[in-house]
Design a protein around this ligand. Structure first.
Ligand code: MCN
Ligand code: CUN
Length: 796
């Protein structure tokens, strides 16, 4: 008879364990960067540029210095004397820390004041007089490449124009041939607008340089503390072991807290100069105007089709607006992130993508906001194209997808862009979704309603996305290979602590990593503490973004647990006085194969590691595992939305939304559902209310919460989630695939497809997000596509 512990009871894999971190969060006991107060701490505020493009003729800081309580005023000129006016970005470009020659976007950092309190610092910022000479402004890729366009990055040698890269991937000739042989070519052009992750907590840092020990400690809002340590070592030319980056509790990241921001660098230099801790906490408008923008990409696509519905080839072109500095955090090999993961769920023989990136007078942007390196744009584009292609063919949306999906028995599947997808049951997920939305019935209702002048629509989005960079052969950031690690220490009482180089920002790692240990060792999850975010104690890791934590760091947690189990097995053999070969494992316990009643628990092995180890065995029970994933993980998702559009006002309401997510084995089903709900909420917001853009002078329009709306429970529709399809990841130690971003990636196309479907028959092929009522109304009234692309000057 088995005496194994019950996995669900001890909070192992599959248990919907309540999030342990919420205990402190909901009681207001979290410890965020702004909660930290150090003795003698000063406060820093940033002066930002009001103009989008201007030459700096002079900066007069004398009045700021005169204000009592001011300790330091930093300008670009002073930074330059220490070689810190510019810093490297994560995409091999440079970014101004404080402007010296020119300002290149509205909100750019021009000067900093460090004072006794933030109010004095703010007042002193206002006392700084900057003399600007305005320059012509560029706010979109078309203007960037126009004849005679001003060169934004005239600071760079070998940069005669505003083009950052021209990149291509795929098979150009093969694609051309396939298009020549097509029965029908379906085309679509659209703009995925800028958006902003806008986490509740803004960015901030407290730098604390101790002259006596030469040690620099920085508390900061970062999703990737080890990368920041490497960047600080590089920029500040400090030795790595003298830098400690601590990422305390984070109030939401969503990608906003991946980049390196000038505020971090300035607070560090200020602390070194003043030998006192310096705190910088960004305000909301500073966060919205200058940090971590996402998307802003123009997409042009063509699908070559056979009459029966088979996709023969895909051609794509993207024009990405990166703002004034190319600071995307992404694997260095790919210029436009993983844009070429588009169409990975479909069996497409050949494809070609060209991508151009340009500078503009906007804040750096591109890669953040719940996306695995541009996958959000890729999947949005894919699913808008798929809908348009099916419509052009006159085919049913479900049927068209089903006939082009990669079949269940066709894995591993090499996509035309070279990715290897390894598992999935796409058609099955779609069937579950169509049944849940009552597809046939809805189509009938839709036709009837149309007869009575009511506009109903149904939108489908189906996609697989690549989550979990590396492997280290193909993925690196600034040359640092993408892998992760975990360290597990089992104390003599059988309690444990696990540390990883990932950094949770709300995803629940403190709960789920303990569940993996429970699954592997049978130690109850509540006996396992999880710690992340301190470079002095956590093992090296590349951080949390691109939903890579479960695929990489989570895998490392499983692997280090197995190392511990291997040593515990030796201890068990010693305790049971049999040879190791005679020992069997069941959850939480080793036993003698021939006498199953004779066994020892994992806890008994733990104490033996300290109190009764065999001769010659190294004492203790701890280990570290580095995990280099063999491949990305490829979760699959189906999102289906039904809507009603009011033709009089353009207002649209969601009638029902269903989500079918297959992310392999779910460690904590409740946390996974939370991730999906959150992502769908963001997808809903992106598709209909989040509007942030730039006028022709480069003024950021919508940089406040009156215009840039955060969805609340009031306007967010209900979501029906389905979890019945589970395709374990074949190479992940516990079969899990990433989930953190799926719903935000795949969701937007479902909403937009639904509204466009409601307008079918009007000739409207596209309305750009956000689908604000006036845009929808304009499309219906004038029967035309509506683009919300940033304005082009009338003299263009
Ligand atoms: N999980 C699980 N079973 C799976 C997959 C995941 O139980 N098969 C659990 C994980 O253990 C983890 C959570 O779900 O607790 C998310 O896991 P994963 O998909 O690995 O994603 P990451 O932990 O790497 O989180 C990153 C992802 C990204 S990139 C953004 S952006 C985003 C997101 O997570 N930012 C978030 N979700 C967020 N959720 C919150 N609350 N706050 C953010 O800032
Ligand atoms: Cu691109 S947002 Mo998440 O990868 O941190």
């Amino acid at each position: 008879m088995s005496q194994a512990v019950d996995e669900i009871k001890i909070g192992g894999i599959g248990a919907s364990r309540k999030r342990v971190e919420d205990n402190r969060f909901i009681r207001g006991k979290g410890n965020y960067t702004d909660d930290i107060v150090l003795p003698g701490m000063l406060h820093m505020e940033i002066l930002r540029s009001p103009l989008a493009h201007a030459r700096i003729k002079s900066i007069d800081t004398s009045k700021a210095w005169d204000i009592p309580g001011v300790h330091l005023v930093l300008t670009g000129e002073m930074m330059a004397t220490r070689n810190l006016a510019w810093m490297p970005t994560l995409s091999y470009d440079t970014q101004a820390v404080l402007a010296t020659d020119k300002v290149r976007f509205q909100g750019q950092e021009v000067a900093c004041v460090i004072a006794d309190d933030p109010y004095i610092a703010k007042d002193a910022c206002e006392a700084i007089i900057v003399d600007y000479e305005p320059l012509p402004v560029i706010v979109n890729p078309k203007q960037a490449v126009a004849d005679g366009a001003p060169v934004i990055r005239d600071d760079k040698e070998n940069q005669p124009d505003n083009v950052i890269y021209d990149w291509e991937v795929g098979d150009r000739e093969g694609t051309d041939r396939a298009f020549a042989a097509a029965d029908l070519v379906s085309k679509l052009e659209l703009h995925y607008p800028r958006s902003h992750p806008s986490p509740i907590e803004c960015c901030g840092s407290i730098a604390d340089f101790n002259r006596a020990t030469s040690k620099l400690t920085v508390y900061m809002t970062t999703q990737a503390p080890h990368i920041i340590r490497a960047a600080v070592a590089m920029v500040a030319e400090l030795p790595e072991h003298m830098i400690r980056i601590i990422s305390p509790d984070i109030g939401g990241g969503f990608g906003n807290k991946v980049p390196v921001y000038p505020g971090y660098v300035c607070s560090i230099l200020a602390s070194i100069l003043l030998e006192r801790p310096v705190k910088w906490i960004e305000d909301k408008s500073g966060n919205l105007i200058s940090t971590g923008f996402a998307r802003d990409i123009y997409l042009k696509g063509e699908v070559a089709l056979r009459r029966d519905g088979k996709i023969l080839a895909v051609r794509m072109h993207t024009d990405a607006d990166h703002g004034a500095f190319f600071s995307d955090a992404q694997p260095s090999k790919f210029k436009i992130g993983l844009m070429h993961s588009a169409f990975a769920a479909y069996d497409i023989p050949v494809a070609h993508l060209t991508a151009r990136g340009t500078y503009s007078n906007k804040a750096p942007g591109g890669v953040a906001y719940r996306c695995s390196f541009r996958v959000t744009e890729a999947m949005f584009f894919q699913e808008r194209m798929i809908q348009a292609a099916a419509d052009d063919l006159g085919m049913d949306q479900g049927e068209f997808r089903r006939m082009n999906f990669v079949a269940d028995d066709a894995f591993p599947h090499r996509t035309p862009f070279g990715f290897l997808t390894d598992s999935g049951q796409y058609a099955k997920c779609l069937d579950v979704g169509l049944k849940a939305i009552d597809y046939e019935n809805f189509r009938r209702e839709q036709a009837e309603a149309r007869g009575r002048g009511r506009l109903l629509g149904l939108g489908i989005s189906t996609m697989t996305e690549p989550l979990g960079a590396g492997n280290s052969r193909e993925y690196d950031i600034l040359g640092i290979k993408m892998f992760d690690s975990a360290e597990l220490k089992v104390h003599m009482t059988g309690k444990a602590i696990v540390r990883t180089g990932a950094r949770t920002q709300g995803q629940g790692h403190e709960t789920t990593w303990a569940q993996i240990v429970a699954h592997e060792l049978g130690i109850p999850a509540e006996d396992v503490v999880v710690e992340e975010g301190d470079t002095d104690t956590a093992p090296f890791g590349m951080g949390t973004y691109a939903s890579r934590s479960t695929p990489v760091a989570g895998a490392a947690v499983a692997m280090v647990s197995r190392k511990i189990r291997a040593k515990a097995r030796k201890l068990a053999a010693h305790l049971l006085e049999v040879s190791e070969e005679d020992i069997e494992w069941e959850l939480g316990r080793f036993y003698v194969r021939s006498a199953p009643d004779r066994g020892v628990t994992i806890q008994e092995c733990a104490i033996a590691a300290y109190a009764n180890m065999p001769d010659g065995m190294e004492p203790g029970l701890d280990a570290t595992a580095y995990y280099d994933p063999p491949n990305l993980t490829w979760p699959f998702a189906v999102y289906i939305v039904t809507v009603e559009v009011d033709p009089e006002t353009g207002v649209w309401d969601v009638l029902k939304m269903v989500a079918v997510d297959d992310c392999g084995v779910r460690i904590n089903p409740m946390i996974v559902e939370g991730q999906i709900m959150g992502g769908l909420t963001e997808a809903y917001a992106m598709s209909n209310m989040q509007f942030i853009t730039f006028d022709a002078d480069g003024n950021c329009v919508g940089a406040n919460y009156m215009d840039y709306l955060l969805p609340t429970a009031w306007e967010t529709p209900g979501f029906e989630l389905h979890s019945e399809v589970v395709t374990p990841c074949p190479h992940h130690p516990i079969g899990a695939k990433g989930i953190g971003e799926c719903a935000a990636v795949g969701g937007p196309a479902a909403f937009v497809n639904a509204v466009i479907d409601a307008l079918s028959g009007t000739g409207v092929r596209n309305i750009d997000m956000p689908l604000l009522p006036d845009r929808v109304w304009e499309a219906i009234t004038y029967r035309r596509d509506v683009s919300g692309a940033p304005p082009v000057r009338s003299d263009d």
